[in-house]
Design a protein around this ligand. Structure first.
Ligand code: BGC
Length: 396
């Protein structure tokens, strides 16, 4: 049977090829069960191409993958790692990009359903809007794996593979706290897109660590009146988070991040600058925020966080232009997604280590650990582990 053949191939892949493709590096340990909060919605932006990637084989297309955009290196990393793990094994898989457009995403899912997929692995552009795509898949008898970002407000999500996103935010905040001395340090907060549930989870993780240090005067928030109004509260509701994120969102867009940082610096006095601390949600936004702060004559020094270990940011860290990143080993996420796909194709229930509530149901989930990377451990974590080549960088 074609389907059986595919399953056997996937099994072989999971037990051997994935590890080989992963360069033999240890997989990140599975973290403890977590219940994370839910997601809000904003309008998607931009729509361009959605090229497909298919491995040459005559087997039925059993798994379809939909990723949010080709415009951010993060998702190219995922595409590359999926390709390494899947197409190298010689069976058919198709990877489509939504290009920041939920309508395109839905059309991509429908195209894959027409091709007869049995499992959909999808990273939603907009967590709530993607519920319609998940519902369509469920109606067609297709299992849905939410990948990295949680699809919200539907029961049509079978499984969720994710990183420990609370730890991402907590690690970023901890870096700032560990490097701050004295009191009155200017703090600038930035967040991801409010259409992405992860943006809330990252912020929640960061706030938990930062808030006591704001309350004790170590940091003074300079760019969000909503955050200042809530600074005495250790735990924020989702609505309170949404109010803050509404003021500090980058929408995961480098240009929005740059414009927002510029406007924050224009409103700030010279006394609000000096040696500044910046919570930037990911690498792409960190680089544009860092460049903007660097160009301000009243900024004497800055510390800026990030996440994803994008190559450009790894170079920024080597060059002293970005302080840290949070390394999320995409190989692990890909492996977890494939393992879950295999279980679902076999009619089994994938092993879960916890659940994430998506506003409608508790979605069984597996989450993997993340690692803080700065100049001190960059080589060990990213080069010696085989994730990147030393030749990808200069001045290592
Ligand atoms: C991902 C991050 C990524 C961001 C922007 C988040 O959902 O977890 O890794 O940087 O989206 O694409």
């Amino acid at each position: 049977m074609r389907f059986k053949g595919f399953v056997l191939m996937l099994l072989a892949l999971v037990t051997s090829s994935v590890l080989a493709a992963c360069g033999g590096a240890p997989a990140a340990p599975t973290a403890a069960p977590t219940t994370a909060s839910t997601g809000a919605t904003t309008a998607p932006t931009g729509a361009t191409t959605a090229p497909a990637t298919a491995a040459p084989t005559n087997s039925t297309l059993a798994v379809g993958i939909v990723l949010p955009t080709k415009d951010e290196p993060r998702w190219i990393q995922d595409e590359t790692r999926f390709k390494e793990a899947l197409t190298a094994a010689g069976y058919q898989v198709e990877i489509l990009f939504s290009q920041g457009d939920s309508a395109k995403e839905k059309a991509n899912v429908e195209a894959l359903l027409t091709k007869g997929i049995k499992v959909l692995i999808i990273c939603p552009q907009d967590g709530t809007a993607a519920a319609a795509a998940a519902d369509a898949a469920r109606k067609a008898g297709v299992k849905v794996i939410s990948y990295d970002r949680l699809i919200r407000e539907t029961d049509a999500v079978d499984y969720y593979v994710t990183f420990d996103s609370l730890a991402v935010g907590a690690n970023q905040a901890k870096y700032l706290v560990d490097n701050a001395k004295g009191t009155g340090n200017p703090l600038y907060l930035y967040a991801g897109a409010s259409s992405d549930n992860n943006a809330f989870v990252f912020f929640q993780g960061a706030w938990k660590v930062l808030q006591p240090k704001i309350a004790d005067g170590t940091f003074v928030i300079k760019n969000s009146s909503e955050a200042v109004a809530l600074q005495a509260k250790a735990d924020l509701t989702r609505d309170e988070q949404a109010k803050i994120i509404g003021q500090i969102t980058t929408n995961w867009d480098f240009n929005v991040a740059k414009t927002l940082a510029e406007s924050n610096l224009t409103s700030a006095t010279a006394a609000d600058k000096g040696n500044v601390f910046i919570l930037a949600p990911n690498d792409g936004t960190a680089r544009s925020i860092a460049d903007t702060f660097k160009a301000d004559k009243d900024v004497k020094s800055y510390l800026v966080t990030g996440q994803d270990a994008e190559k450009a940011s790894v170079q920024y860290i080597i060059d002293g232009k970005q302080s840290m990143t949070v390394f999320k080993d995409v190989r692990t996420l890909v492996k977890d997604a494939i393992t879950a796909a295999v279980s679902l194709l076999q009619g089994k229930t994938p092993t879960a280590s916890g659940v994430y509530n998506n506003g409608k149901v508790d979605v069984p989930a597996v989450q993997s650990a993340v690692v803080t990377v700065d100049k001190a451990n960059l080589k060990a974590s990213l080069i010696d582990s085989g994730y990147y080549q030393a030749s990808d960088f200069t001045g290592l």
